[in-house]
Design a protein around this ligand. Structure first.
Ligand code: FBP
Length: 345
């Protein structure tokens, strides 16, 4: 009887491409000797909600869940039906698990206190990012940040549990509902991407240890708002054109960020005359992507400071966001401060 020893993949990594998300979370939990498993379960809860939202987005056109919901959210934005559905799905998943004491959501005016004082974690979430693209079948996403509460377990939540700077995140990630659906996240030990296999209902590791190229050839900004920019931003965009960078702007932050993270590029949503503090929200858009960017060797700034060092004052606080390949963000900062870029045109 011929016996041939199994040849596992030669990567030598404890986990390799094709590892399920569940198995990966278990393996990674071993990195934390005192882990209680709650963060792992929270990540699983988020992945489950993402699978449900993925199903809803895939069949939106058939299930009459496209279009406006008929209400506006605290940002004054018209809520799309899928915004509301995604918000409900994530709220349910986050409240069921028992690990979470409070939620901050783009679709909720106030902090959602889950009345669960034994919950260790606070989650800030943009349930559906890129709402303007929902009805036209363009990639959209979900963005989430996870913090450990500051106040002792057992006590009611306080504002200090919510108003935490990005550098205090214990985990962050996004889901991209695109040509394929991906979940990309970090717990502060690198960035890994998982692709959803619809037929098996599983996320599988497809992009281990993502590293952003230090320099890229793509710039992403809504040039339709050029008349609302400061001259320094116009100077940087002119520099991009001099460098013959490719202009790519989907109008879904998660999709633009993901492309630039993998290929190398810079995404810019600056202050504008309409939004002097920028458009994007610090707690549930900028902080998560900044944590991922920095874990992948990229950079995120508001033009003055690292996004992760910003202290939130209000719940739906906005911030300018300049995020992407290190050398490109460096040049953005130099040019907007009227200094010579590292590789002049
Ligand atoms: P929401 O859809 O979650 O409100 O996100 C904001 C957003 O749609 C980002 O995804 C995108 O990058 C940006 O706004 C697009 O803004 P604009 O249409 O002004 O360029």
């Amino acid at each position: 009887m011929k016996i041939s020893p199994y040849q596992p993949d030669q990567s030598g990594m404890a986990y390799s491409v094709g590892t399920t998300l569940d198995r990966f979370i278990n393996l990674k939990q071993n990195d934390f000797p005192f882990a209680s498993g709650e963060l792992s379960q929270l990540l699983r809860d988020i992945a489950l909600a993402a699978k449900i939202v993925n199903r809803e987005t895939n069949r939106a056109g058939l299930a009459n869940i496209g279009g406006a919901f008929g209400q506006t959210n605290v940002q004054g934005e018209e809520q799309q039906k899928l915004d509301v559905i995604a918000n409900i799905r994530f709220m349910r998943a986050l409240s069921k698990g028992g690990e979470v004491c409070a939620i901050v959501s783009e679709e909720e005016d106030a902090v959602i206190d889950l009345q669960n004082n034994s919950g260790k974690y606070v989650v800030a979430i943009d349930p559906l990012d890129g709402s303007s693209n929902i009805d036209v079948n363009i990639s959209i996403g979900t963005i989430f940040s996870i913090y450990r509460r500051k106040t002792p377990l057992g006590q009611p939540i306080q504002s200090e549990d919510i108003m935490q700077p990005g550098k205090d995140q214990v985990a962050a990630g996004y889901v991209l509902y695109g040509s394929s659906t991906m979940l990309v996240y970090t717990t502060g030990f690198g960035v890994n991407g998982f692709t959803y296999e619809n037929s098996l209902g599983e996320f599988f590791l497809s992009h281990p240890n993502i590293q952003a190229p230090k320099k890229g050839g793509i710039y992403s900004i809504n040039e339709g708002l050029q008349n609302e920019w400061e001259q320094s931003v116009k100077n940087y965009v002119d520099h991009c054109k001099d460098q013959r960078y490719a202009a790519r702007y989907i109008g879904s932050l998660v999709a633009d960020f993901h492309r630039n993270l993998l290929k190398g590029g810079i995404y810019i949503y600056p202050a504008t005359t309409k939004n002097p503090s920028g458009k994007l929200r610090l707690l549930y858009e900028a902080n998560a992507l900044a944590f991922i960017a920095e874990q992948a060797g990229a950079v995120a700034t508001n033009g003055q400071k690292s996004i992760l060092d910003l202290s939130p004052n209000i719940l739906h606080q906005r911030t300018p966001l300049i995020i992407g390949s290190e050398r490109m963000v460096e040049d953005y900062l130099k040019i907007t401060k009227q200094e010579e870029p590292s590789y002049p045109s």
